[in-house]
Each structure stands twice: as structure tokens, then as C-alpha cells.
Design a protein around this ligand. Structure first.
Ligand SMILES: CC(C)(COP(=O)(O)OP(=O)(O)OC[C@H]1O[C@@H](n2cnc3c(N)ncnc32)[C@H](O)[C@@H]1OP(=O)(O)O)[C@@H](O)C(=O)NCCC(=O)NCCS
Length: 322
């Protein structure tokens, strides 16, 4: 978190913090409380839990260097989790002014933004969409825990699906797949589509254009057994809805000329297309028009879920992140 910070600015910042020890078993912060401070764990272990009807659910194990309590401060919400000392812990506590100073430290703004987006994404319950369609599916943002399922889906995909998605035969290199999982949610966002029994059946993503933050390239993949059943249509409408929240106006894509389903799908969203290199078609479509592929109710539900994630709780430096 502080890798880019000079000793001098770190020392200045530290003077705004209060040192505290919390004994093993005691709460550092409690779910439901007003969020008026954050904490940096200096030593020891702590656990983040959330109350549920089945008792507390462990969300994360925390240790030295972790920062907690920033979400409530940023979003002006009550604490969404309880942090309990698993061993005796030493922490530094900071108030809202200290939090602003924290964000001013070199590199910290971006890293906290990523942490906030990730925490919100991991916290998102899958949203049912496509009511009235043949199958009801659910969407949630892609999260780091999807790495293994993404590898498995790539290994299970047919040669045609892999070729149409990656333009090269065979399963892509692990580095390519890792790039598809290591997303920042602001400039690179992805929805995972789940069947009614919560099995992953498709992914849709956009990657914002570095030179034009109002434009992003999109890509889609639906499991072979689920293709041709309307999932791609729901994914394009849902991706456009997330893109709209992120301030993106245009989606672009490269499609193999022979890829009739994807070309038909883009056409349904009013895409303009032009041939580029032989066998490849470049498309460009309006985000507003693509949103129309899903119902207003679905759009409202997705937007309510995604807006803080794609803005990193208001911290996003759109188009400036790597
Ligand atoms: C392309 C893909 C994402 C589309 O998803 P999907 O769930 O199959 O799409 P849908 O069922 O919503 O169909 C979209 C449109 O494609 C057309 N379509 C569907 N199956 C088709 C087929 N076998 N042949 C021709 N057109 C077809 C239809 O016009 C359909 O719209 P409609 O049913 O309203 O008429 C999916 O087929 C896929 O993952 N393919 C392999 C990977 C890929 O090509 N990725 C795109 C790279 S950018």
C-alpha cells in the first residue's frame, strides 16, 4: 500500500493516527456501527465477519499492513462487518481527516480504489435477470475467486468457441487467462453469468480504451451447452448497463467474419461494422442502444449493484489507471 510513499510523507501522515492495542477476542469495529474511523493493522491477526441467520460468516483474515474500515468512511454507510482481534493486535486509527491524508499519499489512492471495488464486488449477491425469458439466470461481478473456474471453463470449451473468442486454436496461455481475472473493475470490468443452480455459464467484459475513456472494447463467452439460448443477449445488455454507469458511451469489438451468432448479437444492438484485416470484422455500438437488450427492471437492479463498484466507491480516476 505504501510502496510509492516517501518516508517523509509517511511520517507526516502517521502523526495524524492514534496507536491502539486490541486484546484477543475483542472487536476493533462492529457491524452496524457508524463508520467514523479506519484502522491500519500493525501486528497480530484479526478476522472480518458478518452476521447472518446461520451465525457469523468469516469474510477475511487480516494481518499486518491491512487497512480496514475505509468502505464505511467512503460510502457514508454503517459498518458492514465486524473486525475482531484473533490475537492481541496493534493498530493505528485514523479519522476522516486522516483518511483524506491517506488518499493523498503517492500510489495509495489507486490501491485503496482497487481494494474498495474488490470488496464490494466480492460482497455482491448474484442478481437474477431475464425474468420472462426461457431460463432465469443470475449475474455477479467477476472476482479473484473465479480464477480456477475460468481455467476450467477454458479447458472445457470446444475448439470452435476458443477460436471464436481468442482467434487462435487451443486453450490460451495461463498469462492470458490471468489477465482476464486480474481486473480493476473501473477500467476493466466483467460480469459472470450463473445458471439457476449457481454454475458459471458465461462471461462478458469490457476494457476501457486508454486513449479514449468514453470507449471500451468488449468480449463475450458463453459455455457451449448454453449457446443459442439468449444468454449472450442478456450479457451484452448487462455489460452495456455496467459500462453506462462507468461513463462509457461506445463499445467496440473484433469478431471473426464467420462468427454468425456474435455478429447477429452485435447487429441486434445496432452495431456498425466494417471489415479490417481479412476474416475479421470491427464493430462499434452505442452503449445506450445495447442497454435496451434487457428490461428496465433488470437495468435498475444491475445499476444499483454496480455503480459503486465501477467507481471504486467514488475514488476512481477513470482512464488514468493502468
Ligand atoms: C457469441 C456468443 C457470446 C453469443 O451468445 P449466445 O448466448 O449464443 O447468444 P444468443 O443466444 O443471445 O443469440 C444472439 C443472436 O445470435 C443469433 N444466433 C444464435 N445462435 C446462432 C447460430 N447458431 N447461428 C447463427 N446465428 C445465431 C441469433 O440471431 C440470436 O439472436 P435472436 O435469438 O434474438 O435472434 C456465444 O455463442 C459464444 O460464446 N460463442 C463463442 C465465443 C465467441 O464467439 N465470443 C465472441 C468473441 S467477441
Amino acid at each position: 500500500m505504501f510502496a510509492d510513499t516517501t518516508d517523509h510523507s509517511l511520517l507526516n501522515f502517521e502523526q495524524r493516527l492514534v496507536f491502539r492495542t486490541v486484546a484477543r477476542g475483542e472487536p476493533l469495529m462492529s457491524q452496524g456501527e457508524a463508520a467514523d474511523f479506519f484502522a491500519i493493522v500493525l501486528s497480530g491477526d484479526a478476522t472480518a465477519t458478518r452476521a447472518s441467520s446461520d451465525g457469523p460468516v468469516v469474510l477475511a483474515n487480516l494481518g499486518a499492513g491491512d487497512i480496514v474500515g475505509e468502505l464505511g468512511l467512503l460510502l457514508g454507510r454503517l459498518r458492514a462487518a465486524t473486525i475482531t482481534a484473533a490475537t492481541d493486535i496493534e493498530v493505528l486509527l485514523g479519522d476522516e481527516t486522516a483518511f483524506s491524508a491517506l488518499l493523498d499519499l503517492a500510489g495509495v489512492h489507486e490501491r485503496i480504489g482497487l481494494q474498495v471495488s474488490r470488496r464490494l464486488a466480492e460482497d455482491t449477491k448474484a442478481i437474477p435477470i431475464g425474468r420472462g425469458a426461457k431460463d432465469l439466470v443470475q449475474l455477479r461481478p467477476l472476482v479473484p475467486g473465479d480464477r480456477e473456474p475460468i481455467y476450467a471453463a477454458a479447458n472445457a470449451a470446444s475448439p470452435q468457441t476458443l477460436y471464436r473468442r481468442f482467434f487462435t486454436p487451443g486453450v490460451p496461455d495461463k498469462r492470458v487467462l490471468d489477465h482476464l481475472v486480474d481486473i480493476d473493475f473501473v477500467d476493466h470490468f466483467a460480469w459472470v453469468c450463473l445458471s439457476e443452480d449457481a454454475v458459471g455459464i458465461g462471461v462478458a467484459r469490457y476494457i476501457r480504451d486508454r486513449d479514449d475513456p468514453s470507449s471500451a472494447e468488449c468480449a463475450f463467452s458463453v459455455d457451449d451447452n448454453w449457446q443459442g439460448q439468449g444468454i449472450g443477449t442478456l450479457l451484452l445488455g448487462s455489460l452495456a448497463t455496467a459500462a453506462l454507469s462507468a461513463g462509457i458511451e461506445t463499445l467496440t469489438g473484433s469478431v471473426l467474419a464467420e462468427n454468425a451468432p456474435m455478429r447477429a448479437l452485435f447487429k441486434k444492438a445496432g452495431a456498425r461494422s466494417r471489415h479490417s484485416e481479412p476474416g475479421v470484422v470491427e464493430v462499434e455500438l452505442s452503449v445506450d442502444a445495447a442497454c435496451e437488450l434487457i428490461s428496465v427492471n433488470d437495468r435498475l437492479a444491475l445499476t444499483a449493484t454496480v455503480v459503486d463498484i465501477v467507481h471504486a466507491g467514488g475514488l476512481a480516476l477513470t482512464g488514468q489507471r493502468q
